[in-house]
Design a protein. Structure first.
Length: 166
């Protein structure tokens, strides 16, 4: 049964006002927070098989850090330009087109990710930078995505992870 993991890109760097939004990198907190998410995924033994990311620098760097940090590495990392500030309909389309494995992580941006989670399972959550949600969609293939049929299984974020490790 397919499992969907939804990750908002980690905290980005706003220090250079001349950079266009698409080219903003992660800041130091974002890089550290990505490491926390990798560690959480490893400790929960999440078998990610595929990562689909927005190509915006902050999202793609987040996705690449996840892929590089996981053991074993997910064999598939794809960037799709449609995920840059995508709405729920576009997120669905990209997942149905590219989802080829039973365990997919989608890395993107708000507000689309929060709206998508609500559309998929009815859960209203605030997805901060590097916030990660796991959804059980109750389907046997990605083409069967349907609104409000899924279930939010869990949600973590770096702030919570930091409090748990004190």
């Amino acid at each position: 049964m397919p499992k969907l993991y939804v990750l908002r890109h980690a905290k980005s760097d706003w220090s250079d006002p001349d950079l266009i939004d698409f080219q903003r990198p992660l800041n130091s907190r974002g890089r550290k927070d990505t490491f926390l998410i990798v560690h959480a995924l490893q400790s929960m033994d999440i078998p990610l098989k595929q990562v689909i990311s927005s190509p915006a620098l902050r999202a793609l760097t987040t996705a690449q850090s996840i892929v590089e940090g996981l053991k074993p590495k997910p064999p598939i990392l794809q960037a799709d330009e449609r995920l840059y500030h995508a709405d729920p309909t576009t997120l669905n389309t990209v997942l149905v087109e590219h989802g080829t494995t039973e365990s997919v992580l989608v890395v993107g941006h708000n507000p689309g990710l929060e709206e998508w989670i609500e559309w998929l399972c009815g859960a209203i959550i605030k997805l901060p930078p590097a916030g990660l949600a796991a959804l059980d969609l109750g389907i046997n293939k990605w083409s069967k995505l349907d609104n409000r049929k899924g279930e939010l299984q869990w949600f973590i974020n770096p702030k919570l992870l930091k409090k748990m490790t004190r």
